[in-house]
Design a binder for this molecule. Structure first.
Ligand SMILES: [Zn+2]
Length: 257
């Protein structure tokens, strides 16, 4: 069985390049033959890309997250263009809105989000979308500006009703370890009812560890727990669920199987 972690902050799990390579190698031994290393910021993106350049199961995203809205760096648009030109960069992200932590102000977050959606459209990449307590605005903006290559609602945290609106836009919905939490009823309902062909999984490591590993720092090798949990929820065979989710991951990022 093969698994694809569509959202891992490798650089936040460990700063040391050797340790980073060990983390992705260990994941590969657990069947995680694809990992999307998420850009934390444009200041360390190029270093992490270089650190992981020998890992054949790692792909990359590049973009300015809402946490960087007050400090995207000079020439950030040009840096994104340089980033996507590197090998194995398959998405723009993570980008989006975060009204929980109140980075900058709403207007500047929205402006940064829209500009990057336009860049993704122009350059022909899908987007990895961060949404925290900004669901209404995220959806409204995507209804106007979703790039042709589509997008992923990462670390899904809304309810089934919201998911239905997102699915109308052909968005992918990615579940992190929090779907395994017993009280996450909105996520369970969504995971059971949504079409399998739009489903993805991720670790969001080092955060959102699945309940089986509670208390530890999350890492890509824990991804299987999340897939097993979803298979049980849906009462479908694990192999079938894993295979479908893996195929979705290759499709959204335009990777040849
Ligand atoms: Zn993230």
């Amino acid at each position: 069985m093969k698994f694809f972690d569509t959202h891992a902050h490798i650089g936040l799990i460990h700063e040391d390049p050797i340790e980073q390579l060990i983390i992705v190698k260990e994941a590969k031994q657990e069947g995680v033959t694809g990992i999307l290393s998420i850009c934390n910021n444009l200041h360390d993106f190029f270093q992490i890309h270089e650190n992981l350049s020998t890992a054949d199961n790692v792909y990359h995203s590049v973009g300015v997250s809402p946490s960087e809205v007050t400090n995207p760096g000079r020439d950030w648009e040009q840096k994104i263009e340089e980033g996507v030109a590197l090998p194995r960069v398959v998405a723009i992200g993570e980008i989006g809105l975060d009204y929980y932590r109140k980075f900058g102000d709403k207007d500047s977050q929205i402006e940064l989000f829209i500009r990057q959606l336009e860049i993704a459209s122009r350059l022909g990449y899908p987007v990895v979308i961060h949404n925290r307590e900004a669901g209404t605005d995220v959806l409204e903006i995507l209804q106007e500006k979703l790039p042709p290559k589509g997008g992923i609602l990462h670390c899904y945290s809304e309810d089934w009703k919201y998911a239905q609106q997102a699915l109308e836009l052909d968005l992918y919905i990615s579940f992190a370890g929090n779907v395994t939490y017993r009280n996450a009823r909105n996520l369970h309902e969504t995971a059971v009812n949504m079409p399998l062909e739009r489903m993805l999984v991720e670790t969001e490591s080092p955060f959102m560890v699945p309940s089986a590993h509670r208390g530890k720092r999350n890492k890509p090798s824990y991804l299987r727990d999340t897939v097993e949990f979803i298979a049980e929820l849906r009462e479908e065979p694990l192999e079938q669920i894993a295979e479908a989710i893996y195929a979705n991951s290759l499709r959204v990022f335009g990777i040849d199987g």
